[in-house]
Ligand binder design. Structure first.
Ligand SMILES: O=P(O)(O)OC[C@H]1O[C@H](O[C@H]2O[C@H](CO)[C@@H](O)[C@H](O)[C@H]2O)[C@H](O)[C@@H](O)[C@@H]1O
Length: 353
C-alpha cells in the first residue's frame, strides 16, 4: 500500500532540462494514468477521470510511494516532454521551409477548467492571441463540444471548427491567405446517421441522472457528455453505473473519459486525429513535406491527434498539463496562460521574419 507524505510537491514542476533524463520515471505512477481501452468498467472510468483532472496540482498520494519519487517523476516527465516555451527555438527550427498549421483544443487549452461547462469563457486576451495566430497560420479549433457552442465561445469567423470530437467540421467560407488550395466552405459530418440515437440517449441520460445532485448532461450534437465535476465523489460509482446501464442498450455507441466527464459517442473510427488529417487535406497539405502541424490540447481525446503526429513523424504535439500524464505529445505547457504566451511568441517571431 502506498503511503501518504506531508512533504509538499514542487510547484510549478521543475522546468529545466536534461536533469530529468537520467531518472527512471516511476512506472507504477504512469501506469496508473494509462487506461488505453475505450470501453472499461465503471471503476476504471472513475480512476481515469480522477487522474486526468486532479482537484489540486498534486498527484494522488495513493499512487505515490514517496515524495522523492514524485520529484523524480516530475523531473523525468519534464525531461521527456519539455516546456514548449523553453524549447521555442527548437520548435521554430523545425518549421524552417514549412508552413505552420495550428490546431487548438478548447476546454483546458484556450479556457481554464471551471465547474459550469456553460461558463467556460475564453478571455478577450486569449481571443486576440488566437486571432493574431490565425492571421499568419491556418488555424482550427478541435473540440469535444458541439461546434455551435465552441463557436459561441471563440467567435472568430476566420477559423476552422471541428466540434463533437471532430465529427462536425466546418471551415470559413472565405479562403485565407495561407491556404494552398482555393478553399471552399468545408463541411464534413461523418456521424450524421447517429443524430437521432444521440438525442434519444441524451434524453434517457437526463432522466436517469436527474436524481444525482451536481450531475450534468450536455448535448454535444454527435456525442453526449455526462459531467461528474460537481458530483460528490462518493456518488461517482453509482452515476457511472447509471450511464453504463443506459449505454448497454446501445452497442453502436461507446464511452470515453475526459476531465471529470464521461463522453458518449458513435463507434465509428473517427476522432480528433482523423479530424486533424482531414483538415490538413482540406487545406491542401495532404502528404506534403512542407507543412508543420502544431496541435495543442490537454485531454485524453487529444491523444488521438498527438498519436497521428507522432506516427507520421511530422508536427509538434503539445500537452497542456501541470502534472505528469502518459502522452504521445512531445512538449508541454502548464496551463492556458502558457498557451497564450506560446501563441504570442509565435506571432512575434513571424512578424520579425
Ligand atoms: O475537447 P475539449 O474542447 O477539451 O472538450 C472536452 C469536454 O470539455 C468540456 O468539459 C470540460 O470543461 C468543463 C469547463 O471547464 C469542465 O466543467 C468539465 O469538467 C471538463 O470535462 C465540455 O463541457 C465537454 O462537453 C467536453 O466533452
Amino acid at each position: 500500500m502506498a503511503q501518504n507524505s506531508s512533504k509538499p510537491l514542487p510547484y510549478p514542476p521543475p522546468r529545466s532540462g536534461n536533469a530529468g533524463a537520467s531518472f527512471q520515471i516511476h512506472k507504477r505512477y504512469l501506469a496508473h494514468l494509462d487506461v488505453s481501452s475505450n470501453i472499461v468498467k465503471a471503476n476504471a472510468w472513475i480512476e481515469s477521470m480522477k487522474a486526468s483532472s486532479p482537484t489540486n496540482t498534486r498527484p494522488s498520494s495513493a499512487i505515490i510511494s514517496s515524495p522523492a519519487i514524485v520529484d523524480e517523476a516530475h523531473i523525468a516527465w519534464i525531461g521527456k516532454h519539455p516546456s514548449a516555451l523553453d524549447q521555442f527555438e527548437e520548435i521554430i527550427g523545425a518549421s524552417k521551409g514549412k508552413q505552420i498549421v495550428m490546431f487548438l483544443d478548447y476546454d483546458g487549452t484556450l479556457s481554464p477548467i471551471v465547474d459550469d461547462p456553460d461558463r467556460a469563457f475564453m478571455s478577450d486576451t486569449m481571443r486576440a492571441a488566437v486571432r493574431d495566430v490565425a492571421s499568419y497560420f491556418p488555424t482550427s479549433i478541435i473540440s469535444g463540444r458541439c461546434r455551435d457552442k465552441v463557436y459561441s465561445f471563440v467567435r472568430l469567423a476566420e477559423l476552422y471548427y471541428a466540434g463533437s470530437h471532430g465529427m462536425d467540421i466546418k471551415g470559413p467560407v472565405k479562403g485565407t491567405k495561407n491556404t494552398k488550395s482555393k478553399t471552399k466552405a468545408v463541411l464534413f459530418q461523418p456521424a450524421s446517421e447517429f443524430l437521432p440515437m444521440i438525442n434519444e440517449v441524451f434524453n434517457l441520460l437526463l432522466e436517469k441522472t436527474k436524481s444525482t445532485p451536481g450531475a450534468k448532461v450536455e448535448n454535444n450534437k454527435f456525442c453526449v457528455s455526462v459531467h461528474f465535476r460537481c458530483v460528490d465523489e462518493k456518488k461517482w460509482s453509482s452515476l457511472a453505473e447509471e450511464v453504463r446501464s443506459v449505454l448497454k442498450e446501445y452497442p453502436k455507441l461507446r464511452i470515453t473519459q475526459g476531465r471529470k466527464v464521461l463522453e458518449i459517442r458513435p463507434t465509428i473510427k473517427w476522432d480528433k486525429g482523423k479530424a486533424l488529417e482531414f483538415l490538413l487535406e482540406s487545406l491542401g497539405f495532404a502528404d506534403c513535406e512542407h507543412v508543420l502541424p502544431v496541435y495543442i490540447g490537454d485531454d485524453r481525446t487529444d491523444e488521438d491527434a498527438f498519436k497521428v503526429l507522432r506516427d507520421k513523424g511530422q508536427g509538434i504535439g503539445i500537452l497542456v498539463s501541470k502534472f505528469p500524464k502518459d502522452t504521445s505529445a512531445s512538449y508541454s505547457l502548464q496551463e492556458p496562460t502558457e498557451v497564450m504566451d506560446f501563441l504570442h511568441r509565435l506571432v512575434d517571431w513571424k512578424r520579425k521574419l
